[in-house]
Design a protein around this ligand. Structure first.
Ligand code: AN7
Length: 412
């Protein structure tokens, strides 16, 4: 019922083949289904009675019925109406889908529960990824749960502290590469090509994308089958925006929804090959040699899933925009201080992008908008502390505390 297919030439591969790029033309793969068969299966299924989570949608996954699922309770994240922030930005219907609520604190867990379950189904013993941090934190956790050994390649000095701590505590073999993420990804792809026992779990692996498409499914189900006008997503390697679009398209194909949202990708100004291509109307991206941004999660110059992402944006009638580091930090504070949601800088780019697109009328103020915030704020505490007011420090007596807080002292 499901198979892998090349996104360019359409060559098909079985879901049991370990293959990351097309043997014919070299392009990346996606999972496809015979949707009429899936529709029949869904009619007999009670999936709608299951709680909101990735595995509520097991019927929509390329995982065999008898397979062992490696789960840490991923998905089922909140979709928060943000009326206060919305009114400040000048938009009536703003929602935040807060992916920081996943077990390791990012949306990557949705992909890893499926990817690592697939790894176990295939009988592999060793998994690997390159990462700007969240992928490695997530893979390390799922590998630990599954009892697989885990290799992680990260750019030295380029990973936020919380994420590094996660990868280490879960027991992964962590290798810091003197280079950036794009170089680390090249290395891990080579490693998996030269050592067939190493199963690659970056988003080039289409089973990862299958897990992440559940963000779209959940948004539809949380809005009772209504579809937002627009979904705004931070973009790095471009897997997630492609995955979310795939989810919406599938729900539409299966007649579970009747329209599609405009997919809108946001990149940091110093790491924005996709936004540049969209602005120029180009069909190809120009990779960026030395990507730079405070949002280390999306400090990526040569996104693997660029073609899928450009298609998603074009086919949905969406767009892409860049934001500066300063705009990211400002958006991060706004979301925390008006809605009580603390996200990491990369995630705040979706809010910063919304603000910018509203400012020049690209987004209409009547649109129903969902911003996906991809990772938890505690992933990168250093950045938050650096850009916020310093705490007061006083001696342990009530007078000095009252003084500094501007509270008048009560007469004894
Ligand atoms: C918080 O962990 O690429 O466009 O190696 O951690 O699917 O790459 C992280 C990406 C957005 C971008 N927000 O998603 C990695 C990694 C956060 C992220 C992205 C990432 P993609």
């Amino acid at each position: 019922m499901s198979y892998q297919a090349c996104i360019s030439c359409g060559r098909k591969y079985s879901v049991d083949d370990v293959v990351y790029t097309c043997k014919e033309c070299g392009d990346i793969l996606e999972i496809r289904y015979e949707y009429s068969v899936l529709m029949d299966k869904l009619k007999r299924s009670s999936w709608k009675n299951l709680p909101l989570s990735v595995w509520r949608y097991r019927d929509f996954m390329p995982i065999s019925g008898s397979s062992k699922i490696i789960s840490l309770n991923e998905g089922g994240t909140g979709l928060y109406p943000c009326r206060k922030l919305g009114s400040i930005l000048g938009i009536k219907n703003l929602y935040v889908k807060n992916e920081g609520e996943n077990p390791t604190g990012s949306f990557k867990d949705r992909g890893m529960t499926v990817g690592v379950s697939k790894a176990v189904e295939l009988g592999v013993k060793m998994v690997a990824c390159a990462s700007t941090g969240n992928t490695s934190a997530s893979l390390a956790a799922y590998a630990a749960k599954a009892g697989l050994s885990c290799i992680i390649l990260i750019p030295s000095g380029g990973v936020a502290y919380g994420k590094l701590a996660q990868a280490i505590i879960y027991g992964a073999k962590v290798v810091q590469i003197r280079g950036n993420f794009d170089q680390a990804l090249k290395m891990v792809v080579k490693l998996s090509e030269e050592h067939k026992e190493v199963y690659l779990l970056n988003s080039i692996n289409p089973f990862r994308i299958e897990g992440q498409k559940t963000i779209a499914y959940e948004i539809c189900d949380q809005l009772d089958g209504q579809v937002p006008d627009r979904v705004i997503v931070p973009v790095g390697n471009a897997g997630n925006i492609s995955a979310i679009w795939k989810g919406f398209v599938e729900f539409r194909t299966l007649n579970l929804i009747n329209r599609l949202p405009k997919m809108t990708g946001i990149q940091a100004e110093g790491a924005s090959p996709i936004a540049m291509a969209v602005k120029k109307g180009a069909e190809f991206i120009m990779p960026i040699e030395k990507p730079e941004t405070i949002a280390s999660a999306i400090r990526i110059g040569s996104p693997v899933s660029w073609k899928k992402a450009l298609r998603a944006i074009k086919d949905s009638g969406g767009t892409a925009e860049t934001v500066t580091d300063q705009e990211i930090i400002e958006a991060q504070k706004m979301l925390a201080r008006h809605e009580g949601i603390f996200v990491e800088p990369a995630s705040a780019s979706s809010i910063a992008g919304l603000k910018k697109l509203l400012s020049y009328g690209e987004i209409d103020r009547d649109e129903v908008v969902v911003c996906v915030t991809t990772g938890h704020g505690l992933k990168d505490p250093d950045t938050a502390v650096k850009y916020c007011e310093k705490p007061y420090e006083v001696d342990a007596n009530i007078d000095s505390i009252e003084k500094i807080l501007g509270l008048s002292s009560v007469a004894a």
